[in-house]
Design a binder for this molecule. Structure first.
Ligand code: ADP
Ligand code: MG
Length: 719
């Protein structure tokens, strides 16, 4: 059977050498299997007529509706002008919209004539509409043409005569191949039964040639489940190893340092969320297994304090702890705060960065080796081989996405037993995604800001409001506050109509002549960059003109205004990060999103989200919905190493949950599927009981896994 699916596509009736090569190079369809899994990206349903009432609550493909036009009117001005036709199916009304050729369409369709309109319906404020529908006069004699898939094709394919119609024929040939009927199910029978899934053969056929809407939905659900089941099985077959293979230090006691700090030094009350996360961490420290925890918390939520108190748990048990930050400025800032907290309880903290002088560096190396230095803060410099510890028990990594996977792995090799790892990030990865990307990595969330924070006032402003914005800046500067002005990155060869950073700097200096302005961008030499940053951190410079290099972690509580130029060029999560640089003190802060007056509807909607909420989680989810998960910073950074073809993590959270639960049960029931040397973890309360499958089913799963993930990274290395 494997042979049938792995047959070279050129042997399919209607393909041959030349088309075979084209399919392989253009859309990576090299085998029968590839073609079967090359699903239409949308479907058109001409199998029947829909009523307008039926549209409610559905996400339908292009469909047809029979009825007549009632009236036409024009709306909007200039480039936003459009023609709206009111269309009735005899019971209810909807709209048809044209953005071009308005004159022509406004007189083309006659009232009283029965038409069929065709297109993808969408609704806005409970009014349904179809943009630029295809319109035909209704012909009672003409039979419905059915329900068909539309395939995505490249320009080259089109030029060389490969159309959607041809692909339909080819897939049709494949499905009527005598061997197609003997195609084997990929999922265990027990899983198909338990989740009431459409069997594989039927689902593949229905994906390409759905009988109706319902069958298409069932087929899609099945294919999504299958895809996510194998993704989860792939991650889990490695990550179960962690529980089995990686023992961890046990920190049994909360001791003198922790308590001394908690009762005598801690300058504020911990938030409920900070306390909860500390409890979660504490529980990890007792299991005897290595902790691998992602700590997610919005900017300003107080992750550093949680990190410090976790470090004290290590210190109290005779271990050392390290805090790694992605930049020298950040490392220095962390060092300053940690030292303030650690000095009164007699814990020794040191700072090691690229610019630490040789003599001092040598002393630090000695202090780490002897154990005299209990906490070390630093940059990549900590990873160097010359840095050795007496007993490293915990590594905290701040703003994880700036570190590569390999760099992190190197830190662990400094011990025989792998230290506990706490990764802190302010990029709120939606839970569904975190689960998929990290497998068994535990996630803690600080979902509460320290009390008394004033939410940052966020304003959307346009070039025509420039004077008003300048006035706000001056008034804040006069009150002694500091200001960030951020520009998007400009690549030199793009002729974008962006004001360049240099121009912005010049303009800023001219507009605010009595205040010192500093200037930072990514292409600067590190020393120069640090120097400019230092001017701002120390308060000598009152305005910083910068690109997004300041995005991560800088803490200047006196800064109260963040102006973001060409805000439409940034992703929402990035805007949120930038906004997090202000609002760190007690006074009211402002974030001003500068955009073009002519920004389109979508851009305005996107930016409006920023003015409406300061919840990083909501913003991240909105961002993911708008841009798709593949585009999300968090995804790229954490290396989601496979493409999802049918499933969409921003929408299919429920299917993902079920697929994961199923994959766990199957792996636990069939340890032979685990990566070499791995042992299944015990079911936790609420988990499915392990599912044992037949030998044949197990072999099919193993083959699917190696087929699907042969080229991807080893997940056990991910964190
Ligand atoms: P982030 O999570 O963005 O790294 P920080 O750890 O830098 O946030 O904390 C932001 C500020 O809030 C710091 O000045 C910190 O001392 C302060 N902070 C942290 N926890 C609390 C708390 N429970 N109550 C009051 N202030 C706090
Ligand atoms: Mg931080």
């Amino acid at each position: 059977m494997a042979n049938f699916l792995e047959t070279d596509i050129k042997f399919l009736k209607g393909v041959g050498e030349a088309r075979g090569r084209l399919l392989a190079s253009e859309i990576e369809v090299a085998t029968f299997r590839d073609l079967l899994y090359y699903f239409p990206f949308r479907h058109i349903d001409r199998s029947r007529f829909y009523s307008i009432a039926e549209l409610e609550g559905q996400d339908l493909p292009a469909i047809q509706i029979k009825g007549h036009f009632i009236s036409f009117r024009e709306d909007g001005e200039g480039s936003r002008k459009r023609l709206i036709g009111v269309f009735s199916d005899g019971k209810r009304m909807m709209e048809t919209v044209w953005f071009s050729k308005i004159k022509q369409f406004s007189t083309l369709y006659k009232p009283g004539v029965e038409y069929v309109i065709f297109g993808k319906p969408s609704s806005f404020r409970s009014v349904w509409s179809i943009a630029h529908p295809e319109v035909e006069i209704y012909d009672a004699e003409k039979p419905p043409t059915g329900f068909r898939g539309v395939y995505s094709l490249t320009e080259t394919m089109r030029k060389r005569g490969i159309s959607t119609r041809l692909l339909q024929t080819l897939v049709g040939n494949l499905c009527s191949h005598p061997l197609f009927t003997s195609l084997k199910e990929t999922l265990p029978a027990e899983i198909i039964r338990r989740y009431n899934l459409m069997p594989l053969k039927e689902a593949l056929f229905q994906m390409h040639f759905p009988a109706d809407m319902r069958s298409l939905q069932r087929a899609t659900e099945r294919m999504k489940f299958e895809e996510l089941f194998f993704v989860e099985a792939h991650i889990l077959r490695y990550s179960m190893e962690r529980g089995a293979k990686l023992p961890g230090y046990v920190f049994p006691s909360i001791g003198e340092k922790f308590n001394g700090f908690y009762f005598n030094v801690l300058p504020f009350q911990l938030t409920g969320a900070q306390k909860r996360v500390l409890k979660e961490i504490r529980a990890d420290m007792k299991t005897g297994r290595q902790m691998n925890r992602l700590l997610q918390g919005d900017v300003g939520s107080g992750k550093t304090m949680v990190a410090f108190m976790t470090m004290l748990m290590a210190v109290d048990n005779g271990f050392q702890a390290a805090l790694m930050a992605p930049t020298e400025i950040l490392a220095t800032q962390h060092f300053e705060s940690l030292r303030q907290w650690a000095d009164p309880i007699g814990v020794k903290v040191a700072l090691l960065t690229g610019s630490t002088r040789t003599r001092e560096r040598r002393a630090i190396h000695e202090g780490l080796l002897s154990g005299e230095i209990q906490i070390i803060v630093g940059t990549h410099a900590l990873i160097e081989d010359t840095v050795q510890f007496r007993q490293l028990g915990l590594v905290v990594i701040d703003e994880q996405h700036r570190f590569g996977v390999a760099q992190r792995a190197k830190m662990w090799s400094k011990n025989r037993v792998v230290p506990h790892v706490l990764v802190m990030t302010a990029t709120p990865i939606p839970r569904t995604l975190a689960m998929t990307v990290y497998g068994d990595l535990e996630v803690s969330v600080i979902d509460e800001l320290p009390p008394g924070r004033k939410p940052v006032t966020t304003l959307l402003r346009f070039d025509s409001n420039r004077m008003e914005v300048d006035r706000l800046i001056v008034s804040q500067l006069r009150e002694g506050r500091q200001v960030y002005i951020v520009y998007p990155l400009i690549s030199e060869n793009e002729k974008l109509d962006l004001k360049s950073l240099e121009e912005g700097y010049k303009r800023t200096c001219e507009t605010f002549p009595s205040f010192r302005v500093c200037f930072v961008h990514g292409r600067m030499k590190p020393e120069e960059k640090d120097h400019q940053m230092e001017l701002f951190v120390s308060g000598q410079a009152r305005i910083m003109v910068a690109t997004t290099v300041i995005e991560v972690g800088v803490n200047v509580p006196n800064a109260s205004v963040m102006v973001i130029e060409n805000a439409e060029r940034f992703g929402l999560s990035q805007l949120h990060q930038l906004r997090g640089r202000v609002g760190r003190g007690a006074d009211q802060s402002y974030c001003i999103l500068m955009s073009k007056a002519k920004a389109g509807g979508d851009t305005k909607k996107r930016l409006a989200i920023m003015t409406e909420t300061t919840d990083g989680f909501l913003i991240s989810e909105a961002d993911m919905k708008i841009r798709g998960p593949g585009d999300m910073e968090g995804t790229q950074q954490s290396g989601l190493a496979f493409n999802l073809r049918v499933a969409d993590l921003s929408r299919d959270g429920q299917i993902l949950t079920r697929a994961r639960e199923a994959a766990l049960a199957v792996l636990r029931g069939n340890p032979a599927l685990l990566a070499p040397g791995c042992i299944p973890t015990e079911p936790r309360p609420g988990d499915l009981t392990p599912i044992t499958v037949s030998n044949e089913e197990r072999e099919i799963i193993a083959r699917e896994l190696s087929l699907r993930f042969a080229k991807t990274v080893d997940w056990s290395q991910i964190s």
